[in-house]
Write a protein that binds this ligand. Sequence first.
Ligand SMILES: *Cc1c(COP(=O)(O)O)cnc(C)c1O
Length: 230
Amino acid sequence: MTSIANNYTKVVSDITQHCQRAHRETNNVQLLAVSKTRTAEQLTELYHQGQSHFGENYLQEALDKQNQLQALDITWHFIGPIQSNKTRAIAENFSWVHSVDRLKIARRLAEQRPNHLPPLNLCLQVNISNEENKAGCATDECLELITQIAALPNLKVRGLMAIPKASTDLNEQRASFAALAALLEQCQQQYPQLDTLSMGMSADIGPAIELGATIVRVGTALFGPRTYSS
Ligand SMILES: *Cc1c(COP(=O)(O)O)cnc(C)c1O
């Protein structure tokens, strides 16, 4: 087996084990393969292992790969920072966006989502560790933003996403995931259609799944370490 095939088997089995430990159904946790910096060939290889959801951070890089991989039935997620001038291409070329953190961006995505496509699935990114200069809305703005976004056309607001502060303290990491889960629960009281918690990356899918992640975003554990030289 190639390393991508091996890694995929390992990640899928890890997810299954974490679900069992947490008494959760395996099919309630979706693996999103984070493929930034990876080549179209690497994506193709993982696709043939059975992976169909891919997450990209950089628009131009993503569009290039989408172009090369048109023959594959991939569901594309945008997970990177969004400037206003990128919204049209995101609205036109992705099924999901996880990294919306302000109303202006949501409004543009709603306006620019082509009518022939299904609604764009959207997660609100939350700055769950209250870090300075970090993407994500403040926790106390979250419900208000969900309310405003839920009223927009062509979008389907699905839930919350966060990238907690990098920490070697497992308790701190778990506290961030628990806080995001609690925030989603609070929003669900008014918006019961919210069904998505996008949290957990290669290093911490265990605690994320235990605390309620429905999408884990995994790059390194599938493709190996990233090198940014290309
Ligand atoms: C790069 C990235 C990931 C994946 O990180 P790994 O540690 O490689 O698994 C997940 N989410 C976001 C938003 C990312 O930018």
